[in-house]
Write a protein that binds this ligand. Structure first.
Ligand code: PRP
Length: 212
């Protein structure tokens, strides 16, 4: 199943804070970052490793280390920006691509207004991993369009992390991008008539940037 719902008591607990209408901008940002870090551990569980040797103060030992392919963190603007710091805290050397998308308030269709993906040097390779981040997977229009763009530039592994999803978005991304693993912290009930996730957490971008 390409959409993985990460059931973990800490994630559910922190999600309550994001859902709560009384949570202010500063706390919202900080919890988004913490949740991203927790979901990133799950999303990177299958990263390739190679054997290595480590000298402890007492003896040498065989261990495993990451093979060291590039990471390209790719936030969908605006709200995805709030997840970049959490990702960089695990992968401090990652590159950061940007995809600007705005969902039309009437039609819920995404329009791309900015796209910047690292090309050189080194070129994106099959060893590198792209992780697209966006707090909300509602209709999945934005994520599906972003994945199509990234696939045009990146031959390697592509994953995505979203904090909260609707069943409609889950079904769509599984249909359109069955090759992409998407990790979500909660799967909610449904979309409302304006394509907002219910019960949801409101508009992540507005709550994160104080633009409500
Ligand atoms: C929201 C959200 C996602 C998108 C999800 O962004 O952050 O990017 O909508 O909806 P979808 O799954 O139906 O495409 P929005 O376009 O409101 O922009 P913002 O991040 O600037 O608030």
């Amino acid at each position: 199943m390409p959409v993985h719902v990460v059931n973990h008591p800490v994630i559910t607990h922190k999600m309550n804070t994001l859902r709560d209408l009384n949570t202010g901008t500063q706390e919202f940002r900080s919890v988004v970052s913490e949740m991203t870090l927790l979901l990133a551990y799950e999303a990177t569980r299958d990263l390739p490793v190679r054997p290595c040797q480590v000298e402890t103060p007492l003896m040498a030992m065989e261990s495993k280390t990451l093979t060291g392919g590039d990471f390209i963190i790719t936030p969908i603007l605006r709200a995805g920006l709030g997840m970049v710091q959490g990702m960089l805290s695990i992968f401090p050397n990652a590159k950061v691509a940007h995809i600007g998308m705005k969902r039309d308030e009437e039609t819920a269709l995404p329009a791309t207004y900015y796209y910047n993906f690292p090309k050189a040097p080194p070129n994106p390779s099959e060893e590198s991993t792209v992780i697209v981040v966006d707090p909300m997977l509602a209709t999945a229009g934005s994520l599906c369009a972003a994945l199509t763009l990234v696939k045009g530039d990146h031959p390697g592994t592509i994953k995505a992390i979203c904090l909260i999803a609707a069943p409609e978005g889950k079904a769509r991304v599984e249909k359109e991008h069955p090759d992409v693993d998407v990790y979500v912290g909660a799967l909610d009930e449904r979309l409302n008539e304006k394509s907002f996730i219910l019960p949801g957490l409101g508009d992540a971008g507005d709550r994160m940037f104080g633009t409500v």
